[in-house]
Design a protein around this ligand. Structure first.
Ligand code: GLU
Length: 307
């Protein structure tokens, strides 16, 4: 093991109460960092200002506190960071890697089928080689894409094992700034994690395909690659994915019915981290936390235990 200080992070989107899946990912992120006396950073991912709010951000902080998932510092919310993102965007421009893309959503969707697990479409490079004249002929603001190399990016994920993606064939040139000027998740996360010195990224399995995209941007910006751990999704016993739609399983409801220790014990047991389904605090879990025990595939959770 390296002696580098461990820095982990919570990166919630303040668009509602945490649901069980968010609680689970946050718990694992925290236990991993605290089991090695690391530091935990909180960052609000509120790029989508329509769906997020300062009130939800405040409730999230309280929910983390209720769970006992402490953090050492909070870095500025993404909605306040466009000045910082501008500088990295400028770096990409100076590297000659950016180009404007005028494709409409329907154009993008009509030629390609959804490809990656998060629904990303493979971009075939339509606007890569437009002439200045062609660019000027569009009467609208463009999105900006960064060119990606024909190279395989390999992730050794703590939970999912080996994963690889060739951005050129599996993703295509990536949008980094939308036509309305808002920077996209991939750029913002890379900059924020890099500047905060994050050494390990733990989040839901649905973001696994983002790791290679972020690794590419890390390399361009000169940030070291963090370690990755993409935790499995929680499923009901019938195989249905527990999601934000299960309103009775968000923390607003759960906090009325269970103690944090009961909730943490139930999740830790379902994930294979403890042998018996007994109540325990986040701190107690961190003491015996081991990545080797975490199940890599879906985790079945009988929510009636919590009702
Ligand atoms: N903001 C994302 C979410 O709430 C997490 C992004 C990340 O961890 O990189 O699902």
């Amino acid at each position: 093991m390296s002696s580098k200080p461990v820095v982990g992070r919570f990166a919630p989107t303040p668009s509602g109460r945490m649901h069980l899946g968010n609680v689970f990912a946050a718990l694992i992120a925290w236990a991993s960092v605290r089991s090695r006396d690391g530091e935990m950073v909180l960052r609000m991912e509120d790029l989508d200002t329509q769906r997020t709010s300062g009130e939800f951000a405040q409730v999230l902080r309280e929910d983390l506190n209720w769970l006992g998932l402490t953090y050492d510092r909070e870095t500025p919310a993404q909605s306040l960071r466009s000045g910082a993102y501008d500088q990295y965007f400028e770096q990409l421009r100076q590297m000659g890697l950016l180009y404007p893309c005028f494709c409409t959503r329907s154009q993008l969707h009509s030629v390609n089928a959804p490809h990656l697990s998060d629904g990303t479409y493979v971009y075939t490079g339509t606007c890569r080689n437009l002439t200045e004249e062609q660019r000027a002929s569009f009467n609208r603001k463009p999105a900006w894409r960064v060119m990606v190399p024909d190279k395989v990016w390999e992730v050794e994920d703590r939970v999912q094992g080996h994963y690889e993606l060739n951005l050129a064939t599996d993703c295509g040139d990536m949008v980094v700034r939308r036509a309305d000027g808002v920077y996209v998740y991939q750029l913002a996360v890379t900059v924020d994690d890099g500047e905060a010195g994050v050494t390990e990224v733990v989040r839901g399995m649905d973001l696994l395909s983002s790791a290679p995209r972020q690794m590419y941007l890390q390399e361009l910006f000169g940030f070291p690659h963090p370690e990755y751990g993409h935790v499995p999704m929680l499923l009901a016993p019938d195989g249905r994915r527990l999601s934000k739609r299960d309103k009775d399983l968000d923390l607003g409801e759960l906090r009325k019915r269970v103690t944090p220790e009961k909730l943490i014990g139930t999740l830790a047991h379902a994930a294979g981290l403890i042998d018996q389904n007994t109540a325990l605090s986040a701190r107690e879990l961190a003491k015996e936390f081991s990545w080797d025990r975490l199940k890599g595939d879906s985790i079945f959770l009988d929510a009636s235990d919590l009702l």
